[in-house]
Write a protein that binds this ligand. Structure first.
Ligand SMILES: N[C@@H](CCC(=O)N[C@@H](CS)C(=O)NCC(=O)O)C(=O)O
Length: 120
């Protein structure tokens, strides 16, 4: 991987099994990351964004990180990049990744000099 890869759910998708029945939904944590990308557009240009389906298995994530790591948003780190010490970096199959919105924003702050999320 020569670029960080950001796995997100699309801004709207069909959820057939919500507690309210079938309806269109969005992922709040993916929206949080889109908010960060909107605040700091240079980050959007620097990462490779790949959409995953709401249904599992999410093939691209499983191929990289295994069955147990299918959260969206997930940021897979580029090879050799300095991840800093602010975010909890996980590893699977020798690949480093961040599996929650807040840690992704903290990593962006370390890597790109953007503000840290309040309270983190
Ligand atoms: N704590 C996580 C929660 C995010 C979350 O719940 N994402 C859902 C979609 S809205 C998801 O992908 N869950 C894992 C799964 O469905 O396997 C974060 O901040 O990213």
């Amino acid at each position: 991987m020569n670029k960080d890869v950001l796995f997100l759910l699309a801004p709207g998708f069909e959820e057939p099994m919500s507690q309210h029945g079938r309806r269109r939904e969005f992922c709040p944590e993916c929206a949080e990351i889109w908010g960060v990308l909107a605040y700091y557009p240079a980050i959007k240009e620097a990462v490779d964004i790949r959409y995953q389906p709401i249904a599992r298995p999410r093939a691209a994530l499983v191929a990289l990180l295994g069955e147990e790591n299918q959260n969206c948003p997930t940021l897979v780190l580029a090879d050799g990049v300095d991840a800093g010490s602010h975010a909890e970096v996980k590893e699977s199959n020798g690949v480093r990744f961040l599996d929650n919105a807040r840690d992704i924003a903290k990593y962006f702050a370390h890597r790109y000099g953007t503000p840290f999320p309040r309270g983190s």
